[in-house]
Write a protein that binds this ligand. Sequence first.
Ligand code: ARG
Ligand code: ASP
Length: 672
Amino acid sequence: MMKKMLVLLAAAMFSLESMADEGMWLPSLISSRIKEMRSKGFRLTAKDIYDINKASLKDAVVLFGGGCTGELVSAEGLLLTNHHCGYDAIQRLSSVEHDYLTYGFWAMSRAEELPCEGLTVSFLVRMEDVTGRLAAGEERKAIIDAAAAEGKGYYASIEDMYYGNQQFLFVYRRFSDVRLVGTPPSSIGKFGGDTDNWIWPRHTGDFSVFRVYAGKDNQPAAYSPDNVPYKPARHLPVSTKGVGEGDFTMIYGFPGNTQEYVISDAVDYIANVSDPMKIALRTKRLDIISAAQASDPKLRIQYAAKHAAVANAWKKWQGEVLGIKRLGTVDKKRDYERRFAAWAADKPQYAGLLDSMRAAYARQEENYYLYELYAETLMPLELPQMAERALKGQGSNTMARYYKDFDLETDRALAKAMLAEFEKRVPDGRMPQALAERIERHGSTDAYIDYIYDNSLAGSEESVAGITADDPAADFRKVVTDNYPREYRARNLSDLKDIKRWYGPYLKALMEWDKERPFYPDANLTLRVAYGSVAGYEYADGEYHRCNTTLEGIIAKDNPEIYDYDVPQALRDAWAAKDYGRWGVELNGHMSVPVCFLATNHTSGGNSGSPIINGRGELVGINFDRTWRSTMSDVEFDPEKCRNISVDIRYVLFVIDRIGGASYLLDEMTLR
Ligand code: ARG
Ligand code: ASP
C-alpha cells in the first residue's frame, strides 16, 4: 500500500514537473534546453537532434508539401505523414474506378507506387544565424543565392526570428519525385470527420505512406521511371513498445504561425473582433453547405472538402476565443505592459514604444478588419471566380475540375448570405461605390445576386466558354477584386508593416527587462523542437480525459448510418475475432489496439504529420491535431489544458499490417 502511495506521489510530482512545456525551439540552439529535456526523460544529446557534420534526427524530418511535416522511416525513403496532409495527392490520383479516398490504396510492390505530380518534400540541410553577416552589410539575396548554389535541388531563405532581432538562413534540399505507397480508407484516415476534428477522445487513423525517390546518384531528380528510392542520411526507428502517461515526448516539425508576444491590443482584436466575426460568417456558410449536403447525396460529396476547409478554422477559432477569455490573456497582458512601461519610462529608446504600438493598432485595425471581411465573404464565392478563370483563359481540364464540385444553387445561397453580411458589416465609408450602385439598381442584395446567378454564362461548364467581360458574374468579380484591400493582406493583424516594425525594438526590450522568461521565436514554418510528455487532462470539473484511446472506442462509435462513423468491415471483423496479432495490448482495462494519445507538446498548424518521438529517439506516433480548447496556444500556451493529439504508431502498424495487408512495409522499417 505504502509503496503504491509512493509511486502515485512520484507520478504526481513528475506530472507537476512536466507541466512547463511551452515553447518551440530552434534545433541548432537546442543545447540550451537539453538539461531540462533530459530531466524529463530525454536520453540523447543536442547533437543527436541537430548536427551539421554528422547525420542527426533532423535528416529524418521533412517539410511535406506546402505546409505539413513528414518523417522518413526506412533506409529506402519510406515516409509517413497524415492522411489529411496526403489528401490532395490522394484525391488527384483517385477516380471513379480507383477511389482511393473511399477504399484506400496499398502498393504491393515498388512498381505499384503512384507518382504524385507536383508533390515535393524538403529536407533542412542546415541553418545558420546570419544576423551578424547581414549587419556587416552582406546582401540578403547574395547569401540566399550562394546557399542555393551549394547543391542539387537546394533552395534557401532567410527568416526573421523575434521580429527581426535575429535572422536565420535555412538551406533546404527539395525532392520532387514523391510516390504514394499506401493510405487507409477515409473511414480510418478521416474517421470521425469534421465532427471529431479538434476533439478528444479521438479515434482517427490520420496517416498515409509515401516514398521519396532520387536519381541514381541519390540526388534530387524530376520524376523518372529510372529513379530509385532515396537513401536518407537518417531514418527514425519505430518503437513497438508504445508510450504511457508521463513518458517523455518530443515533436520535430514545421509549426506555421504563433503570436506569443503580441500586445493586449492584438489579443483583444483576435478574441473580441476578428474571431467572432469570422465564426459568425462561417456558421452561416456551414449552415447553408450542410443543408445542401443533407438534401442530396451528390451534394454531400461535392461539398465535403469545402465543408472540411471551412469548418476546420471555424472550430479552431471558437476554442481560441474560449481559451483567451478563460485565461484572461488581454488583462494579463495589460498588466504585463503596465509593468514594462514603468521599467521603460526612464529609457529613452523604449519609453514611447507601447504608445507607438497602440497608435499603430488604432490606425490599422479597421484596414485589417476590412481585408478579413472580404476574405470571408465576397472573395470565396465560386461563380464569380469561375467567370474570372474563364476570362483568363484557364484550360478546359482545369475548369472541369472546378465544375465537378460546383453547385449553382448552393453557391447562390452562399452569395446572398455573404453579400448581405458584407453590406451589414462593412465599416462606414468603406463600401465600394460600384457595389452600392449595383445593389441599388436591383433593389436589394438578394435581387442583385439573383440577377447575377440567373444571367451569368459561368453557371455551367457548357456555357462558360462563351463568357465575355460584361457577364454579370465577371463584372461582380471585377468590382470585388478591384476593391479588395490587398495592401492589408497579412497572416495576422500584427504582421502589417506599420505595426510589425515596432515589434523588433519591443522584443529586444522585453528580453532586457524580463530576464526570467524563456524566449523562443514565434512559429514561422521553420523547423522546431517541442518537448513534453504524454498526459491526460481535466476537461471539465470532475471530468478527466485519459491520455489514450483504443479500438474499443472505434467500435463504440460505429454507426453505418452516419458517414463519419461507418467503420470498415475489416476493422469490425478484427475486433470481433480479437484478431490483433502482435498489436494487441492490455490498455484502459481491456485487450485492444491503441489508437490515439495526448501529450503536452506545444504545436501549431503545420505540425501535422510531425513525428512524435520518445526519449530514445524512436517514433511513437504521428502528430495530427490539438483539442479545440487548446487552440489559444497560438497566442497563449496553457500547460494545464493544451494537448496535442497523435495517432499511436502501433495503430499505424496494425492498419498497414492487418487492414492493408502490406506487412512487407514493416520489414523495411527499423522496429524496436
Ligand atoms: N484540425 C486538424 C488541422 O488543423 C486536422 C484537419 C483535417 N481534418 C478534418 N476533419 N477536417 O489541420
Ligand atoms: N491539424 C493541424 C495541422 O494540420 C495541427 C494543429 O493545428 O494542431 O497542422
